[in-house]
Structures are given as C-alpha cells and as structure tokens.
Design a protein around this ligand. Structure first.
Ligand code: ADP
Ligand code: MG
Length: 678
C-alpha cells in the first residue's frame, strides 16, 4: 500500500487539530510520520570522563560508591545526592525533586545516569537513571515545535507502526539491498525509531542513508533523462549590442571574473542546448549583476525571465536593486511573493500570463499553480541549495525547457557538486570587486563585551550602521526570540537615546520584516538586532559592523555568510565574534575566521572539520538538505548511491523489470509531472 496516500486521520486520537500540528512539522500522511526520524538519541553510549563537555548532557556508567543522601530544602523541594565511581573518580550525582530515585542507588551496584555535566565541579545534575543492562536505554529525540509534544509524537509513531508496519513497501530494489546488505524499509523504520541497541540503530541508519541518497540521485537522474530527451533547449537570440550598452552604463566596471562568467552564460544561452549552470561566487563577489545581465539578454531575445530567492526579504531586495539597474530601460519587472493579497497577486499574475511582465522576481510564490508564464525562457535560482529538487523543477516546468542559472555563495568542491547537483556546468567568480577593504575580524569572550559596546559607540558616531546577530539557540523558537529581545533591550538601553535600534526575527509578519529591513537600508535604523533571518544576501553598503553573539554556535560557512553582510561598500568593515567556545573545534572555527576572509579556504576548512565529525547542519553549506545522510560525512555512501542510480537509469531492462516497480512509482509521485519512465 502507498502509505503516502493514507491519511493520518486513520490513527486513533488524530482529529483536525492534531492533523494541523503534524502538518506544521511537514508530516502530511502516514508515510511522512513513519519516516519522520529522530534527530538524535538520548545518549546511547556512556561517555568517558575525558570526553565529557561542560554543560552537555551525557550518560555516565559507574558503581555506586556511597549511600545516597536525601536533603530537603525550600518549600517541598528535595535533592538526592549520591557518589558514583566512574573510571576510579568519585563523581557527585544530584537529582532534584525526585526523592524516590534514592532507591536506585545501592552501594556497590552498577548504575547508569543521564544528566548534565559540570566540568568545574566534576559533578552531574541527573535527569534520569537508566537501566544498566541497556534495555530501554535509548530514547529517540524528535524535533518538535510548540504545537506538539515529544511524547505525543512518539506515541503516534508507535501507533502508526503497529497498524501499518507490514504495509511499508520497500523502495530500494532487491538487487541493491542484497549487494550492499541493506535493510528493508520496515526494518529501517523500526530500527531508527525503536532501536534496541546502538548497533541496530547504526545499521538502520546506514540503510536509511543509502535509501535517502539513492532516491535523491534517482530524482536527479530522472530529471536528467528528461533533459537529455529534449535537450534541444531554446536558442536565445539576444541583442548583444543592447547588452554591451547596458554593461557600459553600469556604475562600476565588471571584474574580470564577472566578465568571464557572463561570457560563459551568454554562450550557453545562445546555443540550442539546454543550459543548466551553477554559478559559484563568494559573498559579495557580485553574482546578482551577472544574473541581471543574463535575464536582460533573455528579454531581448523575446522571453520572460524569473529569479527565485529563498526569502521574502531577499526577493524584495533583488526587486529593488534590479529595478534600479533597469530603470533607464523599458523593461517591466514584477515582484511576486506569498504575502501579496489575492487581488494584488491576481493582478500581477495576469500581467505575467499575458507577457506584459518581462522579469519576475519572487519567492516560492513563483511556482504556485496560479502562476502561468507566457514564455518563460530563463530562470535564475538564487541561493539554490535552499530549494529542493522539486521546487527547482517546478519552476523549470513553468516554461518550455528554459535555461537555468543556479547561484550559490558556497564554493563546494567539484566532486561534491557533481554528486549533489547532477551534472551542472560550473562557473566561478573567484575575485571580489576592486577597492574592497578586507573585513577585520575579532573574537572576544563574553566577559569582554564592554569592548564591543565601546567599539560600536565609536562606529555609530562615525555614521556607520551595525548588525547584531544572535543564533538559534534552542530547539524552541520562542526561546530564540527571547534571546534576541534581551539583546535588543540591552542595545536600546545603551544606544536608544541617540540612535534608532531595530529588531528583526522570523516570527514577525512579513510586512513588518520588510519595513524593518527597508528602514535599515534607508538608514532609518542604525542598529539592527536580528536572528539569522538576515543571513542571506542582504546588501546594505553603509553597514560596517557585524556583531555575532554566541558565534561558536554557528558553522564556519554560516559565519562567513553573516560576515559577508558587511564590507559591501568602500568603508573599512569589522566583524566581532562573541564566543565562549566549549570545545576545540569551536575554538578552531573562531581562529580560522579571524585569520582569513577567503571563502574558498573557509569552505575547505569547513568540510574538513565536518568530515571530522562536526555535525553541523547542512543548511548553509551549499549542499542540499538531507534528513539522515550528511553528504560530507557520508560521501562514500553518496558516491555509491550516485553510481547505482546512474547505472539503473542507463539500463532499460532493469528500469522495466518488476524489481524497480516500487521505486519508479515512488519517484514518479515524488517528482510529479515526471513521466520519463514509460
Ligand atoms: P553576491 O555575490 O553576494 O550576491 P552582490 O551581487 O549582492 O553579491 O554584490 C555585492 C555588492 O557589490 C553590490 O552592492 C553590487 O552592486 C556590488 N558590485 C557588484 N559587482 C561589482 C563590481 N564589478 N564593482 C563594484 N561593485 C560591484
Ligand atoms: Mg546574492
């Protein structure tokens, strides 16, 4: 049975409200629920004291060294203290308000305690006592939001598994499962959600990673197959004189690198082959203008062009900028985002449909069903790793095989580019515009935060603007917001008399976000305190200081992206990292960042560090997001998956054999309007 077609309402206790909260996690059907994997386990493996990191949650195993003591304090509060011997060191374990736990500590017995480690005191604040014999010792931890509890989700997954486990269809064909000793999908689901031990969850994860990469690669392959079949793209006969004139009247001269990639792109457009090109260039290297030139070329050839950005702020900004650049020309551009009223939307959509609009700038709104293009010939996908294969494909299908230019700020190594993007051609802008001053980067610990305030005071007095960014700290959005608000209050207290301090965060309505961003652009706001919503692409040349709180919580690439928000004009810019890193790799990151501004070097370092097991999200790495697999750590699996997918798609017999039936129908549905299989 196709569990993607089974409604969650089939599960006991799931009504409209619960459906909604599940949907907010992206869980729309029983399949989604079963494949909604935990992002970690509450620790499966006891740690050695040497590896224990201050304030992190760990599992310690030891022998109870003394009778536990129960103390009472305050109003009805209790504390259980016990000493356990771990690797010959006596560790104090404290439990608050769980007096009954004292029975779990019998002198001389083995015990396993899960809790928060305090490095200074060499003690553990216990959270729970775990059965030493391993049974039940693994708890899956899911990412949830305010609409739904961990416990509820776990129960639902259990219910779904009980009811449907024998109907989970295995998608990876048998010959591959045999070859690579992979579990079937039922085993994967149970092994990941309810592992009995670490080995079982490891095995399930290995299979799940292959499955995930393989499906992704099959998606790419099927798109490619489609492409090859109608590789005859459009021959865009653009007006080169017009383009030259446009370039000639820009307020700056293109860098040699920009000039080179523009030529590469134009050559592609002119050819009758379908263009599928990735444009890599460090933050600030000037990718936008390159894409504008290409879009303009397409317009002169009689087509419509579109540029899709991952956030409204970015789309708005592109719109403003492109509007300015094209102002002298008779080109009509429109902005299409999700926050338009229906009336506005319909009005704009009509112009697009009738071909009155030449260039459309927007977010995901560009690919809605309600938007049709007259003759979309060229599309640009900005920050392309932020979009899924499906979304990129959906935009392409709005035209008849339009040429595609995908842009990314992260210089990923070629092999990774090939495995994750199929076979795009790659253009690189490996040079920054002349006259850019190197951004000076400093790392301070939070005890020296006064220095930062002084520095900001000085810069503000010079008329500069300042970004203050705080990371996503907790798994809960409201906590992050609180953090940003606290910092905002502090800055208002310090600078609010003389300057305007603004706040920007993800929970604000879009309209308000835009207002704040515009105010910052127009210097109506001097200090902008923000969560990471500003992370991509925003361009305010007068901003010269980027302060990043808890910088150790970000990955290298992301810090580099954030830093790239300043240094966009000709003034000297600064980046101040505030961080009290708790481990070596975070210290390392701070040091690398203060030592280089080169995105290529940073990306390489980033990959190396991640390769060493630093499990930071992929979101900013320039790679697509995967749920179980990590394209860097699991590059071997990724490569094998790519090889197998490509072999399969080049083998008619295999493709037509019953063995690949489940796979085909899965891919077909997943990449909907795709019908290259039959
Ligand atoms: P990114 O590659 O990060 O998207 P942008 O396209 O936003 O970079 O460009 C960064 C800034 O540099 C913009 O303000 C843009 O106008 C400016 N810029 C782009 N190309 C040049 C150039 N050749 N000379 C001077 N400034 C440039
Ligand atoms: Mg950009």
């Amino acid at each position: 049975m196709d569990l993607r077609k089974v409604s969650l309402a089939q599960l006991p206790g799931v009504g409209p409200k619960r459906l909604e909260s599940l949907e907010s996690l992206g869980i729309k059907n029983v399949y989604d629920l079963l494949f909604y994997f935990p992002f970690r386990y509450e620790d499966m493996e006891a740690k050695s004291l040497d590896d224990a990191v201050d304030q992190e949650k760990i599992l310690l195993k030891g022998v109870v060294a003394s009778e536990p003591v129960v103390a009472r304090f305050g109003y009805k509060k209790t504390r259980v203290n016990a000493r356990i011997l771990v690797e010959n060191e006596s560790i104090m374990v404290t439990f608050f308000n769980q007096p009954w736990l004292k029975d779990k500590f019998e002198t001389g017995q083995d015990v396993a305690v899960y809790g928060k480690w305090n490095e200074n005191r060499r003690s553990l604040t216990g959270m729970k006592v775990i059965d030493v014999n391993g049974k039940d010792s693994i708890d899956s931890v899911y990412s949830v939001n305010k609409n739904i509890h961990q416990k509820t989700l776990v129960n639902l997954i259990k219910l779904a598994f009980e009811k449907y486990h024998d109907q989970i269809e295995t998608i990876v064909p048998d010959y591959l499962r045999l070859k690579y000793k992979l579990l079937n999908d039922e085993e994967i689901v149970s092994g990941i959600h309810f592992p009995k031990n670490e080995q079982q969850s490891d095995e399930a994860r290995r299979s799940a990673k292959f499955r995930e990469f393989f499906l992704f690669q099959c998606g790419l392959q099927s798109i490619k197959a489609n492409d090859d079949r109608n590789n005859i793209g459009i021959e865009e006969k653009y007006d080169s004189k017009y383009i030259d004139e446009f370039i000639g009247q820009l307020p700056f001269t293109l860098t040699a690198a920009q000039d080179r990639v523009v030529k590469e792109i134009l050559a592609d457009m002119k050819s009758e082959h379908h263009m599928n090109r990735l444009l890599q260039g460090d933050v600030g290297s000037g990718k936008t203008i390159v894409s504008v030139i290409a879009m303009l070329a397409s317009v002169t050839a009689g087509y419509q062009a579109a540029i899709m950005a991952p956030t409204e702020i970015l789309a708005q900004q592109h719109f403003d900028k492109i509007g300015k650049l094209l102002a002298p020309l008779k080109i009509r551009i429109a902005l299409l985002t999700g926050s338009l009223t229906k009336k506005e939307h319909d009005y704009i959509a009509k112009d697009i449909r009738e071909g009155k609009t030449n260039i459309v700038v927007g977010t995901h709104a560009l690919i809605q069903d309600s938007v049709d293009y007259k003759n979309l010939g060229f599309i640009v996908i900005d920050e392309q790793h932020r979009f899924g294969v499906n979304q990129r494909k959906a935009l392409r299908e709005k035209g008849v095989n339009p040429d595609v230019l995908a842009m990314t700020a992260t210089p990923i190594p070629r092999t990774l580019a090939i495995t994750t993007y199929g076979d795009m051609d790659v253009s690189r802008i490996d040079q920054l515009p002349a006259g850019r001053k190197k951004i000076e980067t400093y790392w301070i610990r939070s005890q020296k935060i006064e220095q930062m305030y002084q520095f900001v005071t000085k810069e503000l007095a010079d008329g500069a603007q300042v970004y203050v960014v705080t990371p996503l700290i907790s798994e809960s959005e409201s906590m992050d917001l609180k953090n940003a608000e606290l910092i905002y209050d502090k800055f208002t207290e310090l600078f609010g008399q003389q300057y305007k301090v603004g706040l920007l965060h993800g929970q604000m309505p879009n309209e308000q976000k835009e207002t704040v961003m515009n105010d910052f652009s127009n210097k109506k706001i001097d200090v902008l305190v923000s969560t990471t919503v500003i992370e991509v692409g925003v361009d305010v040349p007068n901003a010269t200081v980027m302060v990043i709180y808890d910088a150790n919580r970000f990955g290298l690439s992301q810090l580099h992206q954030l830093r790239g928000r300043v240094g966009r004009g000709d003034k000297q810019s600064y980046c101040i990292l505030i961080a009290d890193p708790k481990n070596e790799s975070a210290v390392e990151r701070m040091k690398i960042l203060t030592s280089t501004n080169d995105g290529f070097i940073l990306a390489e370092e980033d990959l190396k560090m991640r390769g060493a097991g630093d499990m930071l999200g992929n979101r900013q790495s320039g790679l697509p997001e995967f749920k179980v697999g990590n394209p860097i750590n699991d590059i071997n699996i990724l490569e094998v998956a790519q090889e197998e997918a490509s072999k399969l798609f080049n083998d008619e017999n295999l493709l037509n054999s019953p063995e690949t039936k489940a796979l085909k129908s899965f891919i077909n549905d997943e990449y909907e309007q795709l019908n290259n299989f039959d």
